[in-house]
Design a protein around this ligand. Sequence first.
Ligand code: NAP
Ligand code: GFB
Length: 307
Amino acid sequence: MARLFITGGHGMVGRNLRAHPGIAAWQVLAPARSELDLCDDRAVRDYLARHRPDAVVHAAGLVGGIQANLAQPVRFLAENARIGLTLIEACREAGVPVLINLGSICVYPRDLGRGLSEDHILTGRLEPSNEGYALAKIMAMRLVEYARREDPALLWRTLIPCNLYGPHDKFDPARSHLIPAIIHKLHRAKLAGADTVEIWGDGQARREFMFAPDLAGAILRAAADPASLPPLMNIGPGHDHSIDEYYRIAAEVIGWRGRFIHDPAKPVGMRQKLLDISRQREWGWAPTTGLRDGLAATYAHYREVAA
Ligand SMILES: NC(=O)c1ccc[n+]([C@@H]2O[C@H](COP(=O)([O-])OP(=O)(O)OC[C@H]3O[C@@H](n4cnc5c(N)ncnc54)[C@H](OP(=O)(O)O)[C@@H]3O)[C@@H](O)[C@H]2O)c1
Ligand SMILES: C[C@@H]1O[C@H](OP(=O)(O)OP(=O)(O)OC[C@H]2O[C@@H](n3cnc4c(=O)[nH]c(N)nc43)[C@H](O)[C@@H]2O)[C@@H](O)[C@H](O)[C@@H]1O
């Protein structure tokens, strides 16, 4: 059986990958951070030499919502750059034939908003709230691309997902992205019988969110048949909602009835982030989980483990 090394195998994307039925086709290597620190150059090289994976999915990183990125820009740039450089260089040295690297929608210039197409990368200023993180993600995707150019036999690819949510997300308000933050707030409000819930900003910013188990299916398809993929490909549902809409729909799913209030002092970031998914369409793939179903599954997970 072919060996698949998943970095970040204990994070949200990694756990959903390991839970996907398609993972049965692989022998999985998913060391926790305590077993393999991806900032430790020597340890990563030794690990690859010892286990000789047939494919690597790079899903590790320091990841967080807008507040976490604003609070620790040094860590978000330095740790992600270090992890990316260490892992990708070590994969090159070990001659790993297949690498699926995960980028992020934040690599796009801040002023574009919608129609974010792979050719727009590095054509404009980045969003300041996550500039450091975005620089590290751009560096990693360029490294992957340069390695492939130097050795065209390498089936190395980068997927650029939109914002993600799902089981195993982080629900701690200081680190969380929008959807886990909404679930946490609405659940608390429901339990406390509160009449109001606060929305950061004016609620008019727009985001595209994909259910992480759907992404897991795409990653496994990519790892099994990397030659079918373009070197760089956006991945997402191709439509977005306003922040207010996410709160309203989640309130219906969770069963909280009350009034929303807006806090304009909280960070908002980009007004809109919506991918152009033309390449993904050509690849013949689309996520299948609707927002309500995805929110219900994520809420069920939250109630089981995080509430
Ligand atoms: N979440 C999103 O909305 C989103 C959107 C677009 C793209 N992505 C990309 O998807 C990938 C996975 O994100 P995610 O949401 O699954 O993040 P996550 O839940 O925070 O998982 C990241 C994992 O990486 C591990 N990690 C971090 N530093 C490490 C190190 N030095 N050594 C070993 N492991 C380390 C973390 O371990 P610990 O648990 O020990 O910290 C964690 O298990 C990332 O590349 C991210 O940029 C995410
Ligand atoms: C995918 C990730 O996107 C991240 O940007 P970004 O979409 O703004 O990250 P989020 O933290 O998901 O915020 C998305 C939008 O939701 C609004 N929002 C409303 N209420 C809340 C709340 O209670 N918590 C949070 N967190 N947001 C909230 C927030 O103002 C912002 O406009 C980047 O900072 C990361 O680096 C990464 O790239």
